[in-house]
Design a protein around this ligand. Structure first.
Ligand code: ADP
Ligand code: TZD
Length: 580
């Protein structure tokens, strides 16, 4: 047992402080990058972290730093760490923390906080707020450290909570006074914890595997759905082997695109509206039956009415034991980590495995071919001004030629059309608005993607979506990151054609400045701005951005009448729902 008592024997006569212990604890656990916005009381934490060799990426708004941390966590399976000041900085980071928890991204939000005694008596401290209480319902776990000796434990607990089981966002509250607390250096060193096996494998029950295999064998029209949990798991080779050995067609959810190349012959993405209702056994791998999958029921799944069960049997692989049955009955739940579960399933798929019938595969292939041919016609059109399709025809080629580039995407039409038109070729290359459909992830994700991968990043942004994080183009320029942002500029939220029905001079709620030049924003900070009005101009600008690796923003002018209200989810608008 280590004796932490401060006897003269064990004291080193050197002291350390809270700042140093936080840095030491993070470094000890392999955290090599921090996403932050400095200010009281964490300015010196950011300075000293940089001085100690941690990569410190400073942002213009905490929400973007938080989104960056969250997606870094998704990409690396190590918690991304965001550091903010108290009350308002904390609140700015909180959206990202909640979004990380919702999306199962491992992230730690560390915020400085004001003096506990004053906060608790509500005596009006500088940036006073009971941050721990506010963060708790939005985080997977939330902790506060009051004594320098407990920093090691606090950071260890935060790391474990963020990455073990279902990953999520963790809040760590560090009061200002803690940073300055001096303790004996040796005592401090001994109090630090290097977390051993922070995300232990979770081996599934053999009975659960057998149950699932039996169900798959009984299927006439089986389907696999790959979700972002499958991408997160980094079990790419086994997932591909499972899909290919079973011969079962698969649908990738948005951030699972590229787990197998979208051009794979078993991809049923281009026949989604056919395979969902027609399937009889569906195996979900790291995907929840939430709104993005119509809760596993209703017309999407072949049910007669909105809430009807479509008759499918479900297998669900998930690390969270409470996920099964959250929307419809799960006949064969497999609880465990995806790597272990998929490996166990694979060992049951031997030489005698019977692949799905040619009736099922042929019917899917036929729908796919028809839809792909129809899409090719639309993509080949060259209207003036550009529409989403003619612009995305270019983006599609650029991504095909640069399959290692990380691809960030947000907006409504700019999201929906891009997701279905732009093929991904490698795992974890597509990062987007996720489970909430949250706008504002764009530039934070771009910065993190470039910093973590060291490679090029392409972002396709709706003009409204870009506005949520647009100021971070300064950050992209400051760190000279190889990011090519393309703003699909159609003068508004969704479309640019709304008018104020009163005839008054105020613009309509969804209208933005017509003919805005987002490219100038990048130029303001020394990056490259390009105004593109044709597919050829867009292509040349993107090719040059990828070649030069210079921060680039292409203002791609899109027909303001193209697209639809809310993109593909118009039906969720209360007024549209009423009309139905
Ligand atoms: P999508 O939006 O792509 O459909 P979701 O975010 O809804 O994906 O689902 C991801 C699921 O993956 C979550 O239920 C989460 O618990 C699960 N998950 C995340 N990581 C793992 C893992 N390593 N092993 C097993 N399940 C995981
Ligand atoms: N605020 C936040 C944080 N998230 C949201 N999803 C919204 C508001 C609502 N919203 C959408 O769902 S998409 C969108 C908003 C404001 C922007 C759509 O316009 P765009 O894209 O210019 O980004 P398109 O291509 O013009 O549709």
């Amino acid at each position: 047992m280590t004796d932490l008592s401060m006897t003269t024997d064990t004291q080193s006569h050197e002291t350390t402080d809270g700042f140093q212990l936080v840095i030491d604890a993070l470094k000890l656990n392999g955290i090599d990058t921090l996403f932050a916005l400095p200010g009281i009381p964490i300015t010196d934490l950011t300075r000293r972290a940089q001085a100690e060799g941690i990569r410190l990426i400073a942002f213009r708004h905490e929400q973007n730093a938080g989104h960056a941390a969250a997606i870094a966590g998704f990409m690396t399976r190590t918690p991304g760490v965001c550091i903010t000041v108290s009350a308002p900085g904390f609140l700015n980071g909180l959206t990202a923390l909640a979004n990380a928890t919702t999306n199962c991204f491992p992230m730690i939000l560390i915020s400085g906080s004001s003096e506990r005694e004053i906060v608790d008596l509500q005596q009006g401290d500088y940036e006073e707020m009971d941050q721990l209480a506010i963060a708790r319902p939005l985080a997977k776990a939330a902790f506060r450290v009051l004594h320098a000796e407990d920093i090691g434990v606090g950071i260890a607990r935060a790391i474990r909570a963020a990455v073990s089981g279902r990953p999520g966002g963790v809040y760590l509250d560090l009061p200002a006074k803690l940073f300055g607390q001096a303790i004996d250096a040796q005592v401090g060193r001994r109090s630090l914890i290097k977390v051993v096996d922070p995300a232990p494998r979770q081996i599934p029950e053999q009975a659960a595997i057998d149950r699932a295999l039996d169900l798959l064998k009984s299927a006439k029209r089986p389907l696999i759905v790959l979700g972002k949990g499958a991408a997160y798991a980094q079990a790419d080779a086994d997932i591909r082997a499972l899909v290919e050995k079973t011969g079962i067609p698969y649908l990738p959810m948005s951030m699972a695109k590229g787990l197998l190349p979208d051009t794979h012959e078993q991809s049923a993405a281009a026949a989604r509206s056919y395979v969902l209702p027609e399937s009889d056994v569906v195996m979900l791998i790291g995907a929840r039956l939430n709104w993005l999958l119509s809760h596993g029921k209703g017309k999407t799944w072949g049910g007669k009415r909105a809430k009807d069960w479509g008759g499918q049997k479900f297998i669900q692989i998930d690390i969270s034991p409470t996920e099964a049955d959250s929307n419809v009955a799960i006949d064969a739940p497999i609880v465990g980590d995806i790597g272990s579960c998929v490996a166990a399933l694979l060992s049951g798929v031997g030489a005698g495995w019977v692949k799905p019938s040619s009736d099922w595969l042929g019917a899917i292939a036929e729908r796919k071919a028809k839809n792909i041919a129809r899409m090719a016609e639309t993509l080949a059109m060259n209207p003036t001004p550009m529409n989403f399709h003619s612009a995305l025809n270019v983006v599609r080629d650029i991504v095909k030629a640069n399959p290692d580039a990380i691809f960030v995407n947000e907006g409504a039409n700019a999201l929906d059309f891009t997701r279905s038109i732009v093929d991904m070729y490698k795992p974890r290359k597509r990062l987007d608005v996720g489970t909430w459909g949250v706008m504002g992830i764009g530039m934070g994700f771009c910065v993190a993607a470039a910093v973590v991968s060291g490679g090029p990043v392409i972002a396709i942004e709706g003009d409204s979506a870009f506005g949520f994080s647009g100021m971070e183009v300064e950050t992209i320029c400051r760190y000279n990151l190889p990011v090519c942002v393309v703003v699909f500029n159609n003068n508004g939220v969704y479309r640019g054609v709304d008018v104020n029905p009163t005839g008054g001079s105020d613009p309509a709620p969804c209208a933005l400045v017509k003919g805005a030049r987002y490219d100038k924003l990048m130029e303001a900070f020394g990056g490259i701005g390009v105004h593109a009005t044709t597919p050829a101009e867009l292509r040349a600008a993107m090719e040059e951005a990828l070649r030069s690796r210079r921060p680039t923003l292409v203002n791609a002018v899109i027909d303001e009448a193209a697209g639809t209200e809310s993109g593909r989810i118009t039906s969720l608008n209360p007024t549209s729902a009423k009309k139905k």
